[in-house]
Design a protein around this ligand. Structure first.
Ligand code: SAM
Ligand code: SF4
Length: 327
């Protein structure tokens, strides 16, 4: 009998997104209210040892790829210790990090040395005034320097995720896209999703990916591309002729990728969520702290993984902000 972990629709689960904190040093317009959220009590948050335990019990069932996310994962002290513990689990082939990039220049090398393979950095503007107004933080941050630091640390591939918002940053589409000409970076334009407390943003701020592609192809023709070697997930990739990097679009609103979804999420407080947009979750923290084997809980979670999400039907009431579920 195969030990592969499959949901009730036969989808094998090989990819886990691990949220290590619900806190963040940014307050991105589309993600987190300025006042922050009601943070999880520290005692509810899984320790690094507990996270590694979950992964080591899932790995023999088919788990191969991990993404460390948040909130902002680099806020968690000594994140490199977690990376090292996950790297030591033999079945794990790929470990990536999602970050807003602010701490990449200081942490990139340490994380790489501990075994991190690659990084997805969020960047919604290349202009400091706008970076401050979108993140609602008075920070000094240069996304190009941060991506360069990650690249110099040996992290590869480098993906840069841009949430496109009409009238807020969509005049920078071409500037972001041009980065791929001389850098081997993969710039991915993400459609804004209607989650969390986005009082400042409405459906009118959503720029459909087809429009993004049309506008970019006015700079130069775009050809279909294979995308970076690892971890393509739900993106479609393109390239300007001769460019070193690629341009991707991620269209959660107008396409569904549910049929090929191979991912589950672990929240910072130890719940296994089987769909980003659903509310199904199974508590792993209690059995973990009681010393029980986790496999029956994984199986029960997967038996309720929904066939597809219902964003397009607008059944979005009560969705948790992405910072709470790991994006
Ligand atoms: N703090 C890290 C970061 O910003 O990359 C990791 C967590 S963040 C929640 C993960 C991803 O979710 C980011 O790429 C962010 O841009 C995206 N995200 C959050 N809220 C979103 C929304 N309402 N629409 C589209 N993307 C969103
Ligand atoms: Fe923080 Fe990332 Fe959410 Fe921005 S998108 S508020 S950086 S968790």
């Amino acid at each position: 009998m195969s030990v592969t972990l499959r949901d009730s629709f036969g989808r094998g689960i090989e990819y886990l997104r691990i949220s290590v904190t619900d806190k963040c040093n940014f307050r991105c317009l589309y993600c987190m209210p300025v006042a922050g959220l009601e943070w999880l009590p520290k005692s509810d948050i899984l320790s690094y040892e507990e996270i590694a335990q979950v992964v080591s019990e899932l790995a023999p069932l088919g788990l191969r790829r991990l993404r460390i996310t948040g909130g902002e994962p680099t806020l968690r002290p000594q994140l490199e210790h977690l990376v090292g513990m996950l790297r030591a689990i033999p079945e794990i082939e790929d470990i990536s990090l999602s970050t807003n990039g602010l701490r990449l220049p200081t942490l990139g090398r340490l994380l790489r040395q501990a075994g991190l393979d690659r990084v997805n950095m969020s960047a919604d503007s290349l202009r400091l005034d706008r970076i401050r107004s979108i993140s609602r933080r008075n920070i000094d941050f240069d996304p190009i320097a941060a991506a360069t630091a990650a690249e110099d640390a040996g992290l590869s591939p480098i993906k840069i995720n841009v949430v496109v918002m009409r009238g807020i940053n969509d005049d920078e589409l071409c500037d972001f896209a041009r980065l791929t000409i001389e850098h081997e970076w993969h710039v991915r334009f993400i459609e804004l999703k209607p989650v969390g407390e986005m009082r400042e943003l409405t459906w009118e701020h959503v720029v459909p990916s087809e429009e993004v592609l049309r506008r970019l192809s006015e700079i130069a023709p775009l050809e279909s591309a294979a995308g970076p070697a690892r971890g393509n997930g739900p993106a479609r990739y393109f390239r300007f002729e001769g460019a070193r990097g690629t341009i991707g679009v991620i269209t959660p609103m107008s396409h569904t990728y549910c049929g090929s979804c191979n991912r589950v999420r672990l929240t910072a407080d130890g719940r296994l969520r089987t769909c980003l947009f659903g509310d199904d979750e199974v508590d792993l923290r209690s059995p973990l702290r009681e010393g029980l084997p986790l496999e029956p809980f994984f199986r029960s979670a997967l038996s309720s993984k929904p066939k597809e999400h219902h964003l397009l039907q607008m059944q979005v009431g009560g969705l948790r902000a992405l910072s709470q579920v790991g994006g």
